[in-house]
Structures are given as structure tokens and as C-alpha cells.
Write a protein that binds this ligand. Sequence first.
Ligand code: ZN
Length: 324
Amino acid sequence: MCDNVVVPPHPVPPHPGSTGLHVPAGAFAIRTTDSSGLGAFASHNIKKGECILSESPLVQWTLQASEKTTAGLVSLVNALPQGAYEEYCSLCQNPMHGSGPKSLYGIWLSNAYPCTSPMQALRDRQSGMEEEEIERTKAVFASACRFNHSCSPNAHASWNAQRGQQVIYALCDIARGAEIGVSYLENACNMRRAQRHEQLGFTCKCAACDVSGLQLAQSDQRRGRTGAIFAMLEPIIRAADKRAVALVSERLDLMKLESMREEWNTLFCAASYFALAGDARQASRWAAQAADSARHGLGSDSDEFQHYAACAARWHARCPMMRG
Ligand SMILES: [Zn+2]
């Protein structure tokens, strides 16, 4: 039955500047960690799907291809009010962006998040946009940039285009006092530990990295396999090849073993396959699951949730039994 279509559980939050946005106050506190400088810790027991933070940028800047200079960034930072300027300058600089004294650009390179949703980045790629054009506008945030990286994150950070803010949602229940970690890497679940550390430019000390011997070999093997499946999926789906379903299921199983909870893309791969294969019922069912996952990780006003929920509804309407 097509009875699994997602309906947003609550109205889409108002746009900031209208009646204001409800973000629970004080979900986290910034304090010193044992090993990674400052970090964000849960101030109370946080539920899966809870919005932990929704924050406007301190500085938002677009590096123009023709510009080749950071003068624009420097003038934006210098124009900040004193408190905001100090917040910016207090952020860390990753040694891969300069081991000497901190620079405004070094801080930018170490902290800026893209102001593009992953779905928009995908659309840009599919429309043939050059890689260097995609995710060119980035932003630095006073609080969001304090959350440390984890390779098995319990929260997800993303740009919310409707709000014009960076949002962080809990991917699972987080106990009071636990550190809240987000992934700085788009596809940490596809990378072995050494690859992750190379991309990060530092040695991550998260629970997923704090393993050795057989455990490390197994984790590396699982993440290598999820990466291989990820690379295989697109052409297989395009060909409406039924192997897509087994590959999606295998990837979801491997992600669970790695405590990787950002499942929406993978779930939607199965929905896309069934849509192309002409099975509207299964397409709707998988799209509804993708929407549910995206609602928890990205919010109900995210591009992803709205797209998946709309697909689930559209395919649901095509189910033969429902039309009958
Ligand atoms: Zn790690």
C-alpha cells in the first residue's frame, strides 16, 4: 500500500524577519574539550531531529574567479562591529592553511561553510557548472564554527537557503553533557581513516578514528565499500538496473555499522531507481523514508526534505491501486 507518504509534521517555520524562527535556546554550550580546543556540548538531553542551532553568518563572502585577491574578505571582516570582529579572529586556523600567525584568510579557509545546500550543489554540477564555480559563496559563523568534526557525527550542519542560515540538527538522541560533532567532510562514510585525515588536514580523534588493528581494518573496509557503492549507483540507477536495491540496502547496512546517520541521499537513490523502473508504489515508499531522514537531519524547510516529500506525494498519486 502507498500509505507511507510523508506529510510535514508541523508547518514550515516562518522566514526570519517575519515572526521569527523558533530555535530552542541553550541546546548547547561551548567549552574546552580534552583534546580539540573548544567544542559544543549538549546542555540537555537532545532528541533526534531537534534543531540545535540556526545561525546567521558573521561574514559571507564570494571569491570571484576574476578577483584572485582576498581584499574583499579583509574589508568585510574589518567592517565588523568590535565584538563580531573579535569572534572572527578568535576562531582557529588549521595548520594546512598556514602554520605561522593567523590571517583573516587562513581563518576563512579553516572555518567557512558553503552557502549552498548539497542538493543545489548537485543541481549545479548536473547543469555543467565548473567545480570551482560551485560552493563559491561561503560563510563563517560565531557558534556553528565551534562544533568539532566527527567521522560518525551525532549532528548534521547544513546551509538552509530559505532561512539564509546555517542549521545544525541532531541525527540521534544526544545525552546531556555529550559533545556534539558534525562532519566537515561531505562523504566521510566513503573514506578510509587515512583519507579522512588527509582531507581534514588534522588527525581526528573522534570515536570512529580511535580504533586500531582489526577494528580499523574493518572500518576502513566498510567505508571503502560504501564509497565503491556510491560510485556505482548513479549509472546503475540510470539504467533502471534492479541491482540498485541490493546496493542501497548494503550501503545502508554498512553505514549503520559505522554509525553514519546521514541516510537521506542513499534512501532517495532507491526511490529514483523504482521511479525509473515504473514502480510508483515502491518509489513513493522510499522517497517518504528519504524525506523522513532529511526532516531529521536538515529540517522540514530544507530543499532536500521538500523535494523528497513532493516526489513521495507525486509517486503516491500514481500508484495504480490508489487510482482505482
Ligand atoms: Zn574521526
